[in-house]
Design a binder for this molecule. Structure first.
Ligand SMILES: CC(C)(COP(=O)(O)OP(=O)(O)OC[C@H]1O[C@@H](n2cnc3c(N)ncnc32)[C@H](O)[C@@H]1OP(=O)(O)O)[C@@H](O)C(=O)NCCC(=O)NCCS
Length: 169
């Protein structure tokens, strides 16, 4: 199986799989109430939990790709994550993203998401990529629209009704 721990580079970002050494950045992101509000996931409560979550993240070992940490080139720090996730229950690949609030509104999610989708089509040769989002998550919906995804109804995912967006190669 191919290994895509190193992801695409964009004007302002590099993408790479997180390691346990990134647990402080991962904790900052996933414990922030503003970041986690519409994700449907519980907030991390400790650095230890963050390290465990990274250590047990299976996707790069099982399917070869996954959500990458986004490294801001200008500071060399991890400011968010973005990437593709294979969803077994739908046999589809979903694009997801999350950034620290102080970096919101600079087009970084759009830049990262565009690169993830191009990676999915050009490297993985996927036919379709989906995006799942709570209808209250207006910023996220806007990002999905800006990268060219189209809304196609709603589905139940992990017990929540979510809007389903998709884009085809
Ligand atoms: C969603 C998120 C990644 C966007 O990151 P970002 O880097 O600010 O995104 P961008 O700057 O590329 O684009 C954001 C767009 O949403 C718009 N937006 C922001 N808040 C909005 C709101 N409350 N209502 C409507 N549009 C909004 C911005 O104006 C911008 O659109 P524009 O370029 O047309 O002006 C960021 O808000 C985040 O991390 N949210 C928490 C995690 C999350 O919900 N992730 C998605 C789970 S599906």
């Amino acid at each position: 199986m191919l290994d895509y721990r190193i992801g695409p580079e964009t004007k302002r970002l590099e993408h790479r799989a997180l390691t346990v050494d990134d647990k402080e950045a991962f904790f900052a992101l996933n414990s922030d109430p503003d970041v986690m509000r519409f994700t449907g996931e519980p907030r991390l409560r400790s650095l230890e939990e963050a390290g465990e979550a990274i250590a047990h993240y299976p996707d790069f070992d099982t399917v070869g790709y996954g959500r990458w940490g986004c490294v801001l080139k200008e500071s060399r720090s991890i400011i968010g994550f973005c990437g593709l996730k294979y969803l077994n229950e739908f046999d589809d690949v979903d694009v997801g993203f999350r950034f620290l609030p102080r970096y919101w509104g600079r087009g970084l999610a759009t830049e990262a998401c565009t690169a993830s989708i191009a990676f999915g089509f050009d490297v993985l040769r996927l036919g379709r990529i989906i995006g799942l989002v709570l209808e209250e998550n207006l910023a996220s919906i806007r990002v999905l629209e800006k990268v060219g995804m189209r809304r196609d109804g709603s589905i139940t995912y992990e017990g929540e009704t979510v809007l389903r967006y998709e884009i085809s190669r």
